[in-house]
Design a protein around this ligand. Sequence first.
Ligand code: ZN
Ligand code: ZN
Length: 146
Amino acid sequence: MDGSALSDAFRVYLRNHNLPVTPQRLAVAEVVSSRERHASADEIARALSAGGRAVGTATIYRTLELLVRSGLVMERDFGEGFKRYESARGMPQHEHLFCTTCGAVVEFEDDRLDRMSTLLAESHGFTRSSHRLVIYGVCAACRRAS
Ligand SMILES: [Zn+2]
Ligand SMILES: [Zn+2]
C-alpha cells in the first residue's frame, strides 16, 4: 500500500479523535508506509530530513505512538533496544526472521504455524487469538561473508 493511503487513514483517525492534523504528523505516516518495512525511529528521522522535511524527534515518537494506537502501524521489538515500525494495512498475519549479525528482517507466512499454535493453545486450555514469533539467526548474506 502506498504512503498516501496510510496518511489519509491517519488524517481521519486524528480528526475523529480531535487531534491536530499537522504536516509533520502526515509526513511521518507517509514515510512509515513508503519506506522499507521495519524502519526504526532513527531511520524515519533520517528519511524525513533527506527528503527536506526534518521533523523533531519528540514529534516523531509521539506520532509513531499515535499511529500504533490507531492500529494503522505495528510496532516490532527485535530486542535491539529500539522499536521498528511497519504499516499494518493490507498486511496479513506474518512472522519474522531476524539476522543477529546485520539486523536484516525477513517476513514469512506459514499456515502450519497458525494451525500448530491453535493446537498448542488448546492443549493448554486456551482459545488462541493471535501469536507472535521471531526466529533469530544469521542470514544467508552474512553466512556467505563469514
Ligand atoms: Zn545478516
Ligand atoms: Zn513485518
